[in-house]
Structure formats: C-alpha cells, structure tokens
Design a protein around this ligand. Structure first.
Ligand code: LMR
Length: 439
C-alpha cells in the first residue's frame, strides 16, 4: 500500500480546521486521521496515511462532500463520510468516543480492536474512533490492522488513525488501553525489564498528560502492569491518579474458572473474587471472600489445602502455563478481560458483587502501603469511576500473602524511582517473584 508522508508543517495546517473535530452531529462524523497536536519539543515525527491524495479518485457518492477526496489525513475507507441509511436516522446515536490502543499491531490488540469496533464493548449505539499506536518497526503491521478494520465494514467504527507518536495518537482520547510493552528477553534482568518498559510508560504518561481528555481512563496491560501504571500516572499529574488501572481482571477470570471447575458449576455461579496485589506470581487470589451460588467458597469447597496451594498457584502461574502451551503469551483471554475491565467501569456493578482492578493506593482500609498500584476489590456506578469495597475480611493467611505482594511492588517502585520523579533508583527486587509468564 502506498504511503503518503505528511511533514509536521503540513499537518499543522490541517490541525485547526479538523482538530475541533468532535462532530457536533455524530451522524455526520467525519474521519480525520494522523492529526497533529501541539507537539512538545522532540524530533519531528513522520506521519503516514494509507492513501496519497492523488490516489483517491473522484468520489461519486452524493454522501461524500466535495473536497473529501483531497483530505490527506484519513486512512483508506475512513476518508469517506459515514452515510446513515434512512431507517437508521431514527436511531439515537451517542456522540463519538475516542479510544487509543497501544501495541495495536500485537496479538492482544488483534482480538481487542475487533471487539471494540463491533459494539460489543461500548454498546450498539456508541460510535467510536480507534487511534492505534505502534512503533516504527511495527508500522507496516499497523497498516495491515487498519486495512482489516476497513474490510470489516463496522458501522460503529467511524474513524481510524495510526501513528507512532503518542503525542498525536493520544489527542483527545477518552480511553487509553496501553497494551504495548517489551517482553523480557533472554538474559535480561528483571530490573532491565522494569527500566525499558518503564521508559515507554513514562513517555506515554507525559503524552496523555499533554493531549488526552482530562478525564481519560487508562488501562495498563503491558507488563509489569502495576508498576507501569504507577510510572504512567506519575508522569501525568494533570490526570486524576484514580483514572489509571493495571489489568488484573484476567487473573480474576482465571480464578473464577478454577473455582467453577473444582466445584463443578458453571463459572457464572462464582462471584466476589478479589485478586490482591501485583499481576505477578505473588498475586493473591482471595478464596476467603469469594462465593459460589452466593455461598462462601470455603463452605462449598472444603479442601483448604487445595484452595491454599493448588488453586492459588494455578491462578498465579496460569500465564506461564499458557506460554508453555502456546509458545506465546495469552492474547484472546487477555483481550476479553480488557473488555470486562472496561465494562466493569461503564456498567453498574451488580448488587453485592465487586471486580478486581489494580488501582492507585491513596487511602485504603486494608493497610496496604500508599502510593503504589495494587489490585483490590472495586465497585462502579457505571460512570467510568469506581470506589473501593471497604468491608472485605482479611485473615492472617491472606494478610501474609498480601504483604509479600506489597513488598514486591514497593521494591519495583524503588527500582523505577528515576522514572517517577522520586530520585535515584535502587533495585533490590525479591528473586523469587516473577511475571505470570516468566516461570
Ligand atoms: C499473563 O498473565 O498471561 C501474562 O501477563 C503473561 C506474560 O508474562 O506475558
């Protein structure tokens, strides 16, 4: 596919005409791709679009206004105006929301993007924009992803943009799903992994701070996700720390599945499952407060040894076992859990239940250290925000486990102090702790 390159000076020109561009009438949402923003001082990026202006033939559809053919900033079919069919005009559509996805050319995104575009996540009357962040190396693959999105003809997907500069891609985003991160390479120390990924998330935090919606909700998936989320929020002081989440919903889902299997019930019977702590092998899947058919798990599964050992380790190490089977990290189930995490924030939590999310600790009733990102039980009114569930019982067994995960996160935090603006880093990471995929 031919690529048009737009110099920063030329796209700066398009900025003012298009950047206001949350359309007043979402029915006429126009595409605008590869937009620029007020760029911070940094090397000028190269912005590429899928269709060069001279490749777009004169459009014949009366729905496409004159001049659309000369728009330079759109990706392929998203250059056109979405023309509602007459019968759709009576439907009430919500205004467009902007969603950024990093690591957009990766496996998790390959599942997630199509769920987002289909309406499965935000609902069948919610049009969306997808802003895809990749790297120089993955740019061609990113174009491939955008082409597949084109070919899918999703009526709710009104805009798609691709780019490698977070300061552009994150412009006005209301959701940022931060998936892209480097996997730990052979011989790489865990401190090295924290540093290399931490730099990515420090940069993305700064970019969100500069150009995203002030109320953007951020879900960090790239590992080590708790500490990456901490780095990201520390670099985004103008966005509430409460808006940042580290994905532990995958672990919650895994825990529900294990409990359902043991109890011989379908997994919809399992509720009130908390994952405490870090998304690592120190995480604590809480069977003490979990319920099956509304009854405490310990009354249904009487095998305490299984709960404390097998169940706990199965959940902690599930990611690693999957890597052994697949030869790569979990992707589809991670994407599903990102969907679950989003929907937990936009749909009221069922009465009496809760969900797990890695959240910033800033006043919590469980004695967890402040100023880290720690997975805890949360509830939401469905407005994008959440509250901690404050009356969950913690016994000595749980407390001991939780302390270990807390110690690990505090050590990770010391190791990235240079990225959170808290002085010099000092790495004394516990040796026996690993990401779920690292065993
Ligand atoms: C998972 O839990 O499946 C992943 O976080 C594993 C990994 O390390 O990529």
């Amino acid at each position: 596919m031919a690529v048009a390159e737009i110099s920063p000076s030329s796209y700066a020109k398009t900025l003012h005409s298009d950047l206001s561009s949350k359309p007043s009438n979402p029915l006429r949402a126009r595409t605008s791709r590869c937009r620029s923003a007020a760029l911070p001082p940094r090397p000028a990026p190269t912005i590429r679009c899928s269709v060069a202006p001279n490749q777009v033939q004169t459009l014949v559809s009366p729905a496409v206004p004159t001049g659309a053919a000369s728009k330079r900033e759109c990706f392929g079919v998203f250059c056109t105006t979405y023309d509602l069919k007459a019968d759709e005009k009576t439907k009430s559509w919500k205004s467009l929301i902007n969603i950024a996805v990093s690591g957009a050319a990766g496996m998790i995104s390959n599942h997630l993007l199509f769920k987002l575009a289909s309406g499965e996540v935000f609902g069948p009357d919610q049009p969306i924009t997808l802003k895809l962040l990749g790297s120089e190396r993955s740019f061609q693959a990113l174009e491939g992803v955008a082409m597949e999105l084109e070919d899918s003809l999703y009526p709710l997907l009104r805009e798609v943009s691709i780019g490698i500069n977070p300061y552009e891609v994150f412009q006005d985003v209301e959701w940022a799903l931060l998936i892209g991160a480097k996997p730990r390479g052979p011989g790489m120390e865990r401190a090295g992994l924290l540093d290399i990924n931490g730099q990515i998330f420090a940069e993305q935090g700064k970019a969100l701070n500069a150009v995203a919606s002030r109320n953007v909700k951020v879900i960090v998936v790239g590992n080590p996700c708790n500490t990456n989320a901490l780095i990201c929020l520390k670099n985004a002081p103008n966005i509430p720390a409460k808006n940042f989440h580290a994905l532990t919903r995958l672990d919650e889902n895994r825990a529900k599945c294990q409990l359902a299997l043991k109890a011989g019930v379908f997994y919809d019977r399992v509720s009130n499952v908390t994952i405490w702590g870090n998304h690592s092998t120190t995480q604590v899947p809480d069977f003490l407060n979990a319920k099956i058919n509304g009854i405490p798990v310990k009354e249904v599964i009487k095998d305490t040894k299984w709960l404390e050992k097998d169940f706990t380790e199965n959940v902690q190490k599930r990611g690693g076992v999957l890597i052994q089977k697949w030869g790569r990290s979990s992707a589809a189930s991670t994407a599903v859990s990102v969907v679950d995490a989003i929907r937990s924030l936009i749909i009221p939590t069922p009465e009496g239940d809760w969900f797990s999310s890695g959240v910033y600790t800033n006043g919590n009733p469980y004695g967890i250290a402040e100023d880290i990102v720690f997975s805890m039980p949360c509830r939401s009114d469905g407005n994008g925000d959440y509250e901690l569930v404050k009356d969950v019982v913690i016994d000595d067994y749980l407390r001991g486990r939780i302390k270990k995960s807390e110690a690990e996160l505090l050590a990770e935090k010391r190791c990235v102090a240079h990225l959170t603006g808290e002085g010099n880093a000092y790495c004394d990471l516990p040796e026996d702790t690993m990401l779920p995929g690292e065993q």
